[in-house]
Design a protein around this ligand. Sequence first.
Ligand SMILES: *Cc1c(COP(=O)(O)O)cnc(C)c1O
Length: 565
Amino acid sequence: MLPAYCAFKKIKFHYDSPSKPMNKKNTMTPKKELVADWPALTRTFIRPENEAARSTLIKYMEQILFGLHDFLKTHVGFTEEISLKDLADRFTDSLISQNPEKKLADVITDLIEDIAPHAVNVASPYFVGHMTSAIPFFMVHLKTIVAALNQNVVKIETSKVVSVVEKRVLAKIHRLIYRKNDAFYNEHIQSTDTTLGCFTENGTLSNLTALWVARNTRFSPTNGFDGVEKEGLRAAYQAYGIERSVVLVSKRGHYSLNKAGGLLGIGNQNIVAVDVDEKNRIDLIALEKTIKALTKSPEKTAIWAIVGIAGTTETGSVDPLSKLGEICDRNRIHFHVDAAWGGPTLMSEKYSHLLSGIELADSVTIDGHKQFYMPMSCGMVYFKDPTIMDNVIYHANYVNRPGSVDLGIKSPSGSREANSLILDSALKIMGSRGYGLLIDHGIETARKFADEIDKRPDLQIITPPELNILTYRLCPFDLQEKLAGSDAEQAFSINEKLNDINRRIQRLQREAGNSFVSRTTLKAKHPTEQDIVVLRVVIMNPMTTIEILREIIDEQENIYKNTFA
Ligand SMILES: *Cc1c(COP(=O)(O)O)cnc(C)c1O
């Protein structure tokens, strides 16, 4: 069975607004058949066809642009439960109609009245299960302008000043990470020869880019060898006397690194998972052992990179970055920090120290659509050495000529939207202190929530928050006591029972549609070392308060009482 569709009725409680059944024949569809001819096309290309169409567009666009959060509360994600299967059954026509089916105003009406109610209200303060959440209303304005200008930052000829703005915002974030001096930024901020980083589509591509650069740096051109980018891995191995390549990251590493292993030709099994300590941080002793074993291995192994995580996706843990930097420096290995989630913590005056050591990284991934609160999607990757991206340089004859500002020269992407305009503007509107306040709210609310969980006898914290992510589970007090005094076999079966309970609580809560937490599995400690199902909460929405979080765990406890007790 496919999971039932999850709606957020909490919003429906507060804001009673009609939700229309889907797929009912659109009443606005005119009787007259539409035709695609040249006059119709030219009209459609330029403007709404008449006053009525225009006022429909204004009606919705005004709500979206000037009342975004109310709009989301009243239009998104609150329908009666419909299974994904039933929804899928409504979208099975694969033929593109020859003539227009609908006019713009009707299409927009459909999107808002038929699609949005079945989308997920990620902006709800009760939606605390994922890294996708509410965004400030002005982000939609900025996104609209970016779409309107339709600049293509792959090259200067289609973006001009926008590429220059992009270089400036890259320097600003680079400075946040690396804190080099004025002279450094004066030299590089607008240099056409060097690059402080690049925008990508998401964290996945940023991690790929970092490892691509690490690979090409490791196997750069040498006597009789034109570099791995040109000649491929086999030739690189021959030139460097290598038989195997690996990347080391803790068990909490994001699976995008595994994708990168596949794409970069070493296979994802060579993204080697290193054990974590009690706090879900990479175990440095295990790491040193792994490095030693690989260096001594008869199979000559190149370690392309060691990845430190600044905010693991599952638990929000931060690896010991300073120590990792030291280890990489000592072993002359590329040090990448995956700060897709945690990077913006650097803007918090109170908590930036949690990321200390990040400045040692050769490369850093940060997502714009996570804690920069940008709309989907925006990734970035930064490099300590402004010349290191020369290892992935590409030129084409008609664009991206050597020495130009063309940003597509050193980037995995070709055509790309000008997301940098959004970030540049948002930084001006918020200031680093404004962003810092959001970060502080998340971290401090997560801590209060952990205290609240601690107070409740039937809940058990599994990973306390280091940043703004925590995991816990429902574990009735009597079972907690039993677990404490049980041998491995008993503990195993109690945990299995608890796994089932937590899986079902998460599902029932999601289906009830009042709120959403996610679930993941973590490894239990010795002696059982079995998979433990945990509930996961990510707090980034400034409208998520401790009172709301209490309601969420009240509901979980009630589900338990009504279903199991
Ligand atoms: C989210 C995340 C990613 C992947 O980012 P996408 O933008 O989803 O591609 C990588 N690493 C970490 C630590 C993340 O949290």
